[in-house]
Design a protein around this ligand. Structure first.
Ligand code: FAD
Length: 412
């Protein structure tokens, strides 16, 4: 694959970079644009695949749950925009882009702003050095004074600790729901991805069972990182009313293992119960943190990585920043684009300051449009002034117990 911009590229890399950005998704590109505005010249964005690769690999039918709307001129940028002045709604003419469409938006932004993206260059390791960092890429070692890790979560499916997960299919590995054969499906996991899978399969006429430990479809929270999004709830209602297939929910399903016997799949729970599935269960068990490969370079407390509140920097390794959905401040997750983009300006400012660059005027649009959030009180105060109504339609749910076909001793 070719880089989007090739200008003095090799000379820049040999001389060392001021900033190496790892990952050309919304986080990496968004930070790079803010840095570019500050006048950072010696910068490269490395992506082992291509711009927007994670989105391009989403199941064909999957759409962003966060809505797009071109409200930017009123200083309320499109929720899925990565710069103050662009809007996926305006570019794509739609409210909930598919992954492929959103990847097109990212590519258009990278090309329009001439970002120095080096596609097809994976970063294998980051080592600290006297001058900053040695970035070990698939095309050689690059020195950099600062690194922004923005490598995303999508390429690291989490199989939820389920033994025999290789007998299943993770939803992140489904290219197109239409390609799945069979009429009955079992989904393990009932959050956004699980409901998305169930809705898509129901519209294809399949009968779906959603097994979940808790009842995420019943969670009511003002924080969209915790409860199902309004878009998902609407789609679920429509599918249950009109789709040719069916969706049934089962709670208290603590699945520990999946085995395969005589062409059928057996789903085992921790209590020793077994339930049989006609098709390979679909794991909607999430993704591992984006920081897995650089975890050792961050301080950790109670299993949670620590980021500086000033600039989302490692408190252990100065010069190493993180941008993306694994960001957490004050116990609050920045898992959506509109959340983590709010820190693009603070990361860019910290780096610009250290490079001796003026950032005040350059970052004004980021500051004015909510891309430079410094007051982190939003992390602990997300209550809506008006309490949520009690009147809401919730799908009927059965106990997982009722699904088991037979009990077997725990040791079998
Ligand atoms: C199924 C799913 C649905 C989601 N839906 C929404 C939504 O509707 N709205 C929303 O706001 N957020 C959503 N999110 C959150 C989503 O993860 C982020 O919004 C977005 O993808 C994160 O951006 P990113 O740039 O951090 O990561 P990514 O978009 O994953 O980009 C990371 C890039 O890094 C590259 N890369 C990875 N490892 C390396 C390496 N070692 N070396 C070089 N390059 C590397 C990849 O090729 C990729 O291009 C969803 C997430 C998932 C998993």
């Amino acid at each position: 694959m070719t880089a989007i911009r090739v200008s003095n590229e090799n000379a820049e890399l040999e001389a060392g970079l001021d900033v190496a950005v790892i990952g050309a998704g919304p986080a990496g590109l968004g930070c790079a644009l803010a840095l570019q505005a500050c006048g950072v010249q010696r910068m490269a964005i490395f992506d082992r695949s291509e711009v927007g690769a994670s989105f391009a690999r989403w199941p064909r039918q999957m759409r962003l749950i966060t809505p797009s709307f071109h409200s930017n001129p009123f200083r309320q940028p499109d929720l899925n925009a990565i710069t103050p002045k662009t809007s996926p709604a305006d570019f794509l003419h739609g409210e909930h882009p598919t992954g492929r469409e959103y990847a097109l938006y990212l590519k258009a932004v990278a090309t329009h702003y001439g970002l120095p993206v080096r596609e097809g260059t994976g970063v294998e390791e980051i080592k600290t050095s006297r001058a900053g960092f040695d970035v070990i890429t698939s095309n050689g070692v690059v020195r950099a004074r600062n690194v922004i890790w923005a490598a995303g979560e999508f390429s690291r499916p989490d199989h939820g600790g389920i033994k025999g997960a290789h007998h299943c299919r993770h939803n992140g590995e489904v290219a197109d729901w239409r390609l799945l054969r069979g009429g009955e499906y079992t989904i393990i996991g009932g959050y956004e991805s699980g409901i998305d899978a169930a809705v898509n399969l129901a519209w294809l006429g399949k009968n779906v069972k959603v097994l979940s430990r808790g009842e995420p479809w019943h969670v009511s929270s003002p924080d969209p990182s915790v409860a199902l999004s309004p878009y998902t709830i609407d789609r679920l209602k429509a599918a249950r009313l009109e789709a040719p297939g069916s969706i049934h929910f089962y709670k208290n399903a603590d699945i520990s293992e999946v085995t395969r016997q005589r062409g059928r799949w057996r789903v085992h729970d921790r209590a020793g119960g077994v339930y049989e599935s006609e098709t390979a269960p679909i794991l909607c068990t999430g993704f591992h943190t984006a920081l897995l490969p650089v975890r050792h370079l961050f301080q950790e407390a109670e299993g949670q990585l620590i980021f500086s509140e000033e600039a989302d920097e490692s408190t252990l390794t100065p010069g190493l920043f993180y941008s993306g959905p694994s960001l957490v401040h004050r116990g609050s997750s920045f898992c959506f684009i509109y959340k983590f983009r709010s820190r693009f300006g603070v990361v860019a400012r910290a780096i610009a300051q250290r490079l001796g660059l003026r950032w005040e005027t350059a970052l004004r649009p980021w500051q004015d449009h909510g891309f430079m959030l410094e007051d982190l009180s939003c992390c602990v105060d997300c209550q809506c002034a008006v309490a949520a109504t009690e009147e809401r339609e919730v799908p009927p749910v059965a106990e997982y117990e009722t699904l088991k076909v037979r009990e077997v001793p725990a040791h079998v």
